[in-house]
Each structure stands twice: as C-alpha cells, then as structure tokens.
Design a protein around this ligand. Structure first.
Ligand SMILES: Cc1cc2nc3c(=O)[nH]c(=O)nc-3n(C[C@H](O)[C@H](O)[C@H](O)COP(=O)(O)OP(=O)(O)OC[C@H]3O[C@@H](n4cnc5c(N)ncnc54)[C@H](O)[C@@H]3O)c2cc1C
Length: 410
C-alpha cells in the first residue's frame, strides 16, 4: 500500500494552495473531476473575483461574526500574497470597484491555469479523476480509499468544499467524511442565497440586471439600505446586496416578520424632479406609448412587465391620466416586492460547515481528530461577496500546509 505524509482531498481553491505550499514529494492531491478548480472557473461571473484589497481590519468585518477566526490564516497568507503569487507567475491582476481584485484577462481560466502551473512545479504529486469515497482513522494513520485504490497517510487535508453548486464537485462528501470521523455538522445555516419573490410578474424579468437603490424592511422596520446591482432570476432576485443580506432576511422570516424590498428604479431623480420630467415628457411626446417611453428608466424588456405589475394599460402619453402618471412616478421611485422565502438550496456559498469550535484556527487542525486538517468552504462561517470567500479558501489551505510543514510564512 502506498504511504504518504499528507493526502489533500479536493483540488479546488483551497486544496490547490495547500498542495503548492506542502511542496512535498511524499504528499498527494486527489481531485475527483477531470480538471482542477471547476468551481473557480464560474466565480465572479466567469471573471474570478480572486480576493479583495481591503485592509486586515476591514477583513475582520467581512465574515459576519467570524472574521476574528481567520486572523491567523490571514496573518500567514493574505490578499497581497495571493496577488504576488499570481503576478510572479504571469497572471496579472487589477483592482475594481469596492476593492475587488480580478485577473486582467477578465477570465477565471487564467487564474486556474496559473495555479495549476505552480502546482505542477511544486514537489507535491497530484491526480485527477480520483474520487475519494472513504476515510478511516487508524491509531497512527488514515486509510484513504479512492477509485479502487487504498492508500495510507499520516495527515489528511480535507478541502472538499461544501455542498453548494454540486455540479462543480462539492457535493457534501466533506461533511460525510468529517461526520464519519467524529465531527458534528450543524443544520443548514444559510449562506449567500438568492430570494424567492411572491409577485408572479417578477419571473418574466429573469436574466435582467439593473442598478437600483434598494431598501429592505422587516415588519416595516428598515434592515438594509444600499445601492446595488440587482439580478432578476427565475424565482425572484439575486445580486451581491441580496446574497450578502440573505441570512438577515432569513432570520427575520423565521421570526414571522413580513420582509419587503423597495426598489428605486429612478434613483438618479428625486420625487419632485421625476414628477416635473414626467409632466414635461408627457406634454412633449403625446403620441409616444408608455411602453416605449419607460425605456428612459427601465431596461427594454422590463417596461411591459412594469406596466402589468402596476395595473396600467400601454396607452399613448396623451391618453394616460394624471392619476396613472402619478402611479408610474410612485412605482418608479418605490416598487414593492415581497420576499416569500430565502432559497437555501441555491446558496452560492454555504455558511454552514464543520463547526469552528472543532477546528484550531491557528493551524486548521481538527480538535477532534489529530492530523486531520480542514480548509476552505468546509469550515463554517462564510464571507460576504467581493473576493472574501476565495481568500478564506486560499488562506486556510496555506495555513494547513504550513502547520504540517511546521513553519508559518510570516
Ligand atoms: C457561482 C459562484 C460564484 C462565486 N464567485 C466567487 C467570487 O467571485 N469570489 C469569491 O471569493 N468567491 C466566490 N465564490 C465562492 C468560492 O468559489 C468558494 O467559496 C471556493 O471555491 C471554496 O473553495 P474550496 O476549495 O473550499 O471548495 P471548492 O472550490 O468547491 O473545491 C472543492 C473541490 O473538492 C473536490 N471534491 C469534493 N469531494 C471530493 C471527493 N470525494 N474526492 C475528491 N475530490 C473531491 C471537488 O470536485 C472540488 O474540486 C463563488 C461561488 C459560486 C458557486
């Protein structure tokens, strides 16, 4: 039976970095897909929001209540380190709005290819098409069964991701392995999820993205006010603002509060300005139809749905009553949609995972099973959108490798 120092299970963001920093010819990375980093390829809308250029202190606030937990992982390997690693290996990066870092190529494949090239240069062995199906703990080692092979190892780094977007490979195997080894996996604690909306008309807007000012209220009390890019989906709405606030929305729904989102679709104008513009435009373009006129504020394929939603016929502007004009103004400024539920099954990133209290944050080693290391999204406690989840995956992967090698980077 082949014997290893360390077996890294899962070749996503976290596992690749762990394997690179192990840099050990007696260690191996096993990935079940026929390529590495399948999930990374779809990140950032295919552009890969690699990390965020925020300061260490800002980072502490970007993981809901668990920023502090990643202190050592970030101390050891932070945003500037992943940027340097990529840049030194010919993957140039750029910083965009809200300090989000992307590859200059705007193509996530460049990032994955770059990391895989670095992996190939490291001493660590790797194997694709290698699905681990069982991990057993013996007194002084682990037995790993993958495909139809059995191997022995002193350490295991579990980097299998969560169970979100299972088509990319992260289908919950890590939870199963950890549970089998004695860890507790709490019930689904949400994550970054889209929401389902009650109003049926919203489904006709699927695929449209819009910049809006939005306000979210629970039982009429404001819980969020933001300007954001909103994405209409087949069930309701998504986009960074919705994803980042979905756990807050979920917690209000659990308390039986009515959660309503108000969209300001004409954010560039005050009520008074919009009123004056509408009056002028209605006077100067009498024959224009509402459906066409409303392109001034709304995407082309949204105007008919907007009129249907507020119950106004597509008349020409001179046939539109004052009452309807005021209703158009009011709904452009404050369109109300009602949250039915948070779509936990469509989480982009899971907040649940192996409980933080069962993992040593200084090493990523399990407190339940010695020599088992847990990294990436498999660790409970996600970050907000903006590159914080990949940074968590990179930093915890590197920390586990450094702990096994017995030397931190900084
Ligand atoms: C649509 C989408 C967009 C995102 N965009 C961003 C973004 O722009 N920026 C950001 O910071 N975060 C983003 N994220 C989140 C980020 O991608 C994840 O948090 C991150 O990839 C987690 O890394 P990981 O290594 O822990 O897990 P993964 O990247 O999921 O990797 C786990 C790997 O383990 C393998 N594996 C699982 N089980 C086994 C097994 N039994 N045997 C062998 N291999 C196995 C899987 O095949 C997979 O390759 C996005 C997520 C999604 C779904």
């Amino acid at each position: 039976m082949n014997t290893y120092n360390t077996v890294v299970v899962g070749g996503g963001a976290s596992g690749i970095l762990a394997a690179i920093y192990l840099n050990d010819s007696k260690s191996i990375l096993l990935e079940k897909n026929n390529i590495f980093g399948k999930k990374m390829l779809i990140t950032g809308g295919g552009r890969c929001n690699i990390t965020n250029n925020a300061s260490f202190n800002e980072y502490m606030k970007c993981y809901y209540n668990s920023g502090n937990y990643y202190r050592q992982a970030f101390n050891n390997f932070f945003n500037e380190d992943i940027i340097k690693l990529l840049e030194d290996n010919n993957c140039k990066t750029k910083v965009e709005e809200n300090k989000r870092v992307f590859p200059v190529s705007d193509d996530s494949k460049t990032v994955v290819d770059c990391l895989v090239n670095i992996l190939k240069k490291s001493k660590t062995k790797f194997r694709l098409n290698s699905k681990v199906h069982n991990i057993t703990k013996k007194e002084d080692c682990f037995i790993i069964e993958y495909n139809d092979e059995t191997i022995k190892t002193k350490n295991v780094i579990l980097s299998t991701g969560s169970d979100s977007f299972p088509k990319t490979g992260s289908n919950g195997d890590g939870y199963r392995f950890a549970k089998g080894l004695g860890h507790e996996i709490p019930e689904n604690m949400g994550g970054l999820c889209p929401v389902e909306i009650e109003e049926e008309w919203i489904r006709k807007l699927q695929g449209i993205t819009m910049e809006v000012n939005l306000e979210i209220k629970a039982d009429n009390k404001r819980i969020v006010k933001d300007s954001a890019s909103l994405l209409f989906t087949h069930k309701g709405v998504s986009g960074h603002c919705i994803l980042d606030n979905s756990m807050n929305i979920e917690s209000n729904l659990r308390k039986n509060r009515k959660v309503v989102i108000y969209l300001d679709l004409a954010a560039g104008y005050s009520y008074e300005q919009l009123d004056a513009i509408l009056q002028d435009d209605f006077k100067n373009n009498p024959k224009k139809h509402l459906r066409v006129y409303l392109h001034k504020y709304l995407p082309k394929n949204m105007t008919e749905v907007f009129l249907e939603a507020i119950g106004i016929d597509d008349n020409s502007l001179n046939q539109t009553t004052k009452q309807d004009r005021i209703r158009i103004r009011d709904n452009l400024k404050k369109m109300k949609i009602t949250v039915k539920r948070v779509c936990l099954e469509d989480a982009i990133v899971e907040n649940s995972g192996i409980m933080q209290k069962e993992i040593d944050p200084n090493t990523c080693e399990s407190k339940i099973v010695p020599n088992l290391y847990i990294t990436g999204e498999l660790i409970e406690g996600c970050g907000i959108c903006g590159g914080f989840n990949l940074q968590k995956a990179f930093s915890t992967g590197v920390l586990a490798a450094c702990s096994i090698n017995g030397r931190c980077l900084k």
